[in-house]
Ligand binder design. Structure first.
Ligand SMILES: Cc1cc2nc3c(=O)[nH]c(=O)nc-3n(C[C@H](O)[C@H](O)[C@H](O)COP(=O)(O)OP(=O)(O)OC[C@H]3O[C@@H](n4cnc5c(N)ncnc54)[C@H](O)[C@@H]3O)c2cc1C
Length: 414
């Protein structure tokens, strides 16, 4: 394959957003030159399946979603283990850490995010486990295979923290969760739904310390000490951090793109530069369903945004329209979040726990319109809720119905 310094399309980031964009471009433009540059040395793999790999349920090779010859077949030049360090918009040029300079006609930013670093005193010197890449998964798998009778601490109360809890418990660690929030998934769930999660933690002997503010993390011959403002001193052999995802926007800001927590795009996933698009976890895009800017961290969103951005880069004008959803299994609970689930975005909430079960549904309304839904063990409600949210259905006249375990939510389509 010839490797010129000019490409019609350059994609920064070889994750799912970048690869789906490259494939969409190829499907629409048979002859264009396309290149992907990615900082990670691996071919596209599934981050979603990493937990299964860590638990030993699948083999390492099953994580990979593309082989080298898939890129060759599509005539996509792939540069792995190479980081883009500068963008010069005037010259339509990018520079890499290998001192390579490439020119583009259209550029896609699909750089995802990196785990936020814990900044408390001592955290820099103690080995904090994180869970973002295949390397992290290798490390975790090796650690968990050893088993333990010791303790583990999980810092944070989000999705990655959830994975750590289950890993540690299943490997025999006595596990504690420490979080400044009053309950797990505090930004999403009301306290009633959170109670089901807490009950599940208790059933699995997970100690939960909420409203706990870590002031230091330090190592001693006894182990790792996690100390809080509330005078807790938890000693552990391992510590896993799941404190959010940070998007590295400095390079894009320096290039003159509009950024905030991510890179701003419009509903076509185009940035403030007509020749530059953004997709996936890095894109802070204008969402036409919720009529506001959104920043997501889900696989399906990254895949669909990559595809839409790729098509638009070839000259189409497709509005990105999608209702986000995320599901996770945890200690036998099946938790789904559909739509815009931040509690702070809702002005009223309709809650329902099915009697004597762990089934729960929480609907978030904004001015009567269904904005988001949280489900525990209610997979049958997921699709209909996605449709209702997409259609911006006003559910005010059904508030009483939606509080009854006997009302079938599918009636709302009528
Ligand atoms: C452990 C784990 C489990 C998950 N489980 C789920 C799940 O169950 N369901 C779900 O919906 N989502 C899940 N997610 C989230 C989902 O995987 C992400 O939303 C998705 O991978 C984002 O894809 P992306 O292509 O935008 O970014 P990424 O997958 O982060 O890919 C970005 C790529 O760009 C590269 N890059 C960054 N900067 C540069 C640069 N300057 N130059 C070149 N390359 C660069 C990075 O190295 C990386 O390879 C999970 C994530 C993790 C970590």
């Amino acid at each position: 394959m010839s490797r010129n310094t000019f490409y019609d399309y350059i994609i920064v980031g070889g994750g799912i957003a970048g690869v789906s964009a490259a494939e969409a471009i190829r499907a629409n433009d048979k002859y264009a030159s396309i290149s992907i540059l990615s900082e990670e040395p691996e071919l596209l793999y599934s981050r979603v399946m990493l937990p299964l790999y860590v638990r030993g349920k699948i083999k390492r090779e099953q994580l990979f979603l593309r082989a080298a010859n898939d890129y060759e077949r599509h005539n996509i030049a792939l540069w792995l283990d190479e980081r883009v360090v500068e963008i010069n918009r005037k010259k339509r040029e990018i520079a890499t850490d290998r001192k390579r300079v490439l020119n583009y006609k259209k550029l896609l930013i699909a750089t995802g995010g990196v785990p936020s670093q814990w900044k408390e005193s001592g955290a820099q010197t103690v080995k904090m486990l994180q869970f973002q890449s295949i390397n992290d998964a290798d490390e975790l798998r090796a650690l968990l295979a050893l088993g333990s009778k010791g303790g583990a601490v999980v810092v944070g109360s989000g999705f990655i923290g959830f994975e750590f809890i289950e890993f540690f418990v299943s490997a025999g660690f006595h596990t504690a969760v420490v979080s400044p929030d009053p309950w797990y998934f505090h930004h999403f769930f009301d306290s009633e739904g959170a109670e089901i999660i807490k009950e599940s933690f208790i059933r699995h002997n997970v100690e939960v310390y909420n409203d706990a503010h870590i002031v230091s993390i330090a190592e001693s011959p006894e182990g790792i000490h996690v100390k809080t403002k509330e005078n807790l001193d938890i000693v552990a052999d391992a510590i896993g951090a799941g404190v959010g995802l940070k998007r590295k926007v400095e390079m894009f800001e320096k290039a003159g793109l509009v950024v905030s927590r991510g890179v701003y795009t419009n509903e076509y996933l185009k940035t403030n530069d007509d020749n530059i698009y953004a997709a996936g976890d890095i894109a802070e895009y204008y969402d036409v369903v919720f009529r506001k800017r959104m920043l997501l961290g889900t696989w399906n969103n990254a895949f669909l945004q990559g595809k839409t951005a790729g098509e638009n880069m070839t000259g189409k004008e497709i509005v990105f329209r999608n209702v986000p959803n995320y599901s996770i299994r945890h200690f036998g609970l099946y938790i789904s979040m559909v739509g815009d689930c931040a509690r702070s975005e809702a002005d009223s909430v309709i809650k329902l726990r099915w009697p004597y079960t762990d089934q729960y549904r929480e609907l978030h309304l904004r001015e009567g319109i269904l904005n988001g839904a949280l489900l525990i063990n209610r997979p049958q409600d997921r699709n209909i809720l996605e449709q209702l949210i997409k259609k911006r259905v006003d559910v005010r006249s059904h508030v009483n119905d939606l509080q009854s375990a006997h009302f079938d939510i599918h009636q709302l389509t009528a």
